[in-house]
Design a protein around this ligand. Structure first.
Ligand code: C2E
Ligand code: MG
Ligand code: MG
Ligand code: MG
Length: 282
């Protein structure tokens, strides 16, 4: 404990905090070189349409493959890079990788499926942030409707940002991007969001399905799905791992599911194999 001021406050430092600060410091100092060396990679996780079990889309998820430290997951660095703003260049980098992938699919005349990318709330500090993404979309000649931007539900609750978020969604559509509401249903007044924001897809949060045997939970899920359908909004159920969850979602007419039941996030190469049906990762 370090006495900061004789009578007002006291700051505690534990060994875990020191370790955390040390790790954060290290991860920060590795960032630029890792970006340069292409140590950040895009993994793709399939979104499977329940009616025919075909791959209807994919979500791009970042993985940090550090030569010395090994594989680092987003939860270990995204909050840190959101604090210091580095997330903006990382998101742009991942977005460009997705454009390069889609461009290659177009050149090779493969079946095209939409890919969604996660954008941090930090981008909204710059009202013109979408222009940089649109320029990349144009550079790689990606047709409209092939890239969807995922925004996490929490952005929509920030009353200061509401206007900005609404305008940004309009702009996304003008630029030919879809907009997806990630982690839907965990926050309060989630339903009001559907009225106020013109999103194309909602991703029902994994938490909904943790208690799938509960009949109330089942009714809430099917209610959300029906409502979204009435509003013309696509639905993806996230974090689906079991046959039981699949059965209930089928009964509720859920359109798409994403989760370990079908596949974990895969490298682009494994994703391609998976699509060809030669690599079952279930
Ligand atoms: P998210 O966008 O909600 O992504 C879904 C997360 O759930 C992913 O974790 C995915 O690997 C995991 N997941 C998928 N299926 C299952 C399942 O069946 N069971 C369980 N337990 N988990 C499942 P991941 O890849 O660790 O990413 C965590 C979060 O980090 C993402 O949540 C997203 O918010 C953020 N993130 C990931 N990549 C990026 C990125 O490129 N940019 C930004 N800004 N955020 C990203
Ligand atoms: Mg997401
Ligand atoms: Mg999510
Ligand atoms: Mg999430």
């Amino acid at each position: 404990c370090r006495q900061q001021n004789s009578d007002t406050s006291c700051v505690f430092y534990s060994s875990e905090m020191t370790l955390k600060m040390k790790t954060e410091y290290e991860l920060n100092s590795l960032f630029e070189a890792s970006l340069e060396n292409q140590d950040f990679q895009v993994y793709l996780q399939p979104k499977v349409r329940l009616s025919d079990e075909k791959t209807a889309g994919a979500e791009a998820l970042v993985r940090w493959m550090h030569p010395q430290r090994g594989l680092i997951f987003p939860s270990d660095f995204i909050p840190l890079f959101e604090q210091n703003g580095k997330i903006c260049s990382l998101d742009l980098y991942i977005f460009e990788k997705v454009c390069i992938y889609l461009n290659r699919c177009i050149q090779e005349k493969k079946d095209l499926i939409p890919v969604s990318v996660n954008l941090s709330r930090v981008h909204f500090r710059n009202p013109n942030f979408l222009e940089a993404f649109w320029k990349l979309k144009k550079k790689y000649k990606i047709p409209d409707g092939l890239i969807e931007i995922e925004l996490t539900e929490s952005i929509f609750f920030d009353t200061f940002q509401r206007r900005l978020v609404r305008d940004s969604i309009t702009e996304m559509h003008r630029y030919g991007f879809g907009c997806s509401l990630d982690d839907f249903g965990v926050g309060y007044s989630a339903l009001a969001l559907l009225k106020d924001f013109d999103v194309d897809t909602i991703k029902l949060d994994r938490q909904f399905f943790s208690d799938i045997t509960n009949t109330k939970a089942q009714k809430i899920i099917s209610g959300f799905i029906r409502l979204a359908k009435d509003l013309g909004i696509h639905v993806v159920a996230e974090g689906i791992e079991t046959q039981e969850q699949i059965d209930i979602l089928r009964k509720a007419n859920c359109e798409m599911v994403q989760g370990y039941y079908f596949s974990k996030p895969l490298t682009i190469c494994d994703f391609e194999k998976w699509r060809r049906g030669s690599c079952k990762s279930r």
